[in-house]
Design a protein around this ligand. Structure first.
Ligand code: PLP
Length: 400
């Protein structure tokens, strides 16, 4: 039923119906999102300078309505806490530069987890190298679960920031986010949650989780590429230095002095991605209509179904066996390279990612360089899983 809402899922690949199992990389878009973006260009397109004319008012209203939708989706206290950015990567870089570069000094410590995507490692490592900070890493157990005891040993009065993912893109581990935040705040550290892999699978409530910042990407939430959001506590955002400078983000400019807007405009220099922000708003409407809790429950059952069948195949090694997982099934198949498995699946129309998934440290911790990574979304079905499993059994019959 739900598949009908996604025109691309009617595509065939190698003569077979497309099975989209690359949802952790990017998700497909429902017709309502595609239509909303087209409607913007057909009826509303303008830069957002409210007072100028009718179309400017339409574009500004639609853009700010999208911000309101993100605010409600995350349960933020105010629209002023929602900054539109290109995606999770830009959100993290914004915090690293606007807050980290201006507030951290040599000897300060930043903690990340071993599970992080490169987007939540590289900006902090660069900052650490530039400023003489210490980057510390929360270890995981052999199932890929955060070791909270080890984490507590890393926390001290020099800890200024804990930056971690709520769901691992490589293993699917769901981290104990609320606990991690609480423990960081207890030593006075700030916290950034990478919500890139969580917002599409579970309710993410920033007032309940209580991070200082949270980032996500629209394209992993059934919205367009090139748009995402940074949530930040309002007071904190207003204390932070601007990220980029130019039009839109200033209150007043003279050659002697510049006065900046407060958040969020303070961080939205230049013409932003107006159409895609509005498209993201439509994606949030779509997900909200389905119900994020219902989505989570359905996907959980599908993940259990797929995990059970995958484990029955001889020679499959599942990488990432945490008790609490979302969406992701990373594995290796004995006798085949990951690329060979990916190509065999592609011949049957099944799209999976193979490689290091921009998370090399965690894959190396699990003793591998790369995996095959199917990742599920609510539009996937048990029939999709059956096609995937059948292909792996056929590979197994050829070798061993
Ligand atoms: N964080 C996690 C956990 C991710 O999985 C990804 C993308 O795969 C990112 C951050 C970066 O997202 P983007 O490339 O949309 O900025």
């Amino acid at each position: 039923m739900i598949k009908k809402d996604f025109p691309i899922l009617r595509e065939t690949v190698n003569g077979k119906p497309l099975v989209w199992f690359d949802n952790a990389a990017t998700t497909q878009k429902p017709q309502s999102v595609i239509d909303r973006i087209a409607y913007f260009y057909e009826h509303e397109n303008s830069n957002i300078h409210r007072a100028a004319h009718e179309l400017a008012a339409r574009a500004s209203d639609a853009y700010e309505a999208a911000r309101e939708k993100v605010k409600t989706f995350l349960n933020a206290s105010s629209v002023n806490e929602i900054v539109f950015v290109r995606g999770a990567t830009e959100g993290i870089n914004l915090v690293a530069q606007s807050w980290g570069d201006h507030n951290l000094v040599a000897g300060d410590e930043i903690i990340v987890s071993n599970l992080e995507h490169h987007a939540n490692i590289v900006p902090w490592k660069r900052l650490a190298d530039k400023k003489g900070l210490k980057l510390r890493v929360i270890p995981v157990d052999d199932d890929g679960q955060i070791l909270l005891d080890e984490y507590s040993k890393l926390l001290n009065s020099k800890t200024r920031l804990v930056a971690f993912t709520q769901v691992s893109n490589a293993l699917g581990t769901v981290t104990p986010a609320k606990e991690i935040v609480k423990m960081a705040h207890a030593v006075g550290a700030k916290v950034l949650i990478d919500g890139a892999q969580s917002v599409s699978h579970m309710k993410v409530d920033v007032q309940d989780l209580n991070p200082d910042w949270l980032v996500f990407s629209g394209h992993k939430l059934f919205g367009p590429t090139g748009i995402g959001a940074l949530y930040g506590k309002e007071e904190l955002l207003n204390e932070m230095e601007p990220y980029q400078a130019g039009g839109n983000m200033i209150q007043d400019v003279t050659f002697e002095e510049i006065k900046y807007h407060k958040a969020p405009n303070r961080f939205e220099a230049g013409t932003g991605n107006i159409a895609d922000a509005i498209g993201l708003g439509a994606a949030i409407d779509y997900v909200t209509k389905l119900g994020i809790d219902a989505i989570g429950q359905y996907e959980h059952q599908l993940l259990d179904y797929a995990t059970k069948l995958l484990k029955e195949i001889p020679g499959v090694r599942l990488i990432g066996t945490a008790k609490n997982k979302a969406s992701v099934l990373s594995f290796n198949l004995q006798g085949y390279t990951n690329d060979q498995v990916g190509q065999a699946l592609n011949r049957e129309g099944v799209a999976v990612r193979t490689g290091h998934h921009c998370a090399q440290p965690i894959l190396r911790r699990m003793g591998v360089e790369t995996t095959v990574r199917p990742s599920l979304a609510f539009y996937n079905t048990t029939e999709d899983v059956d096609t995937f499993i059948k292909t792996l059994w056929e590979l197994k019959k050829v070798r061993f």
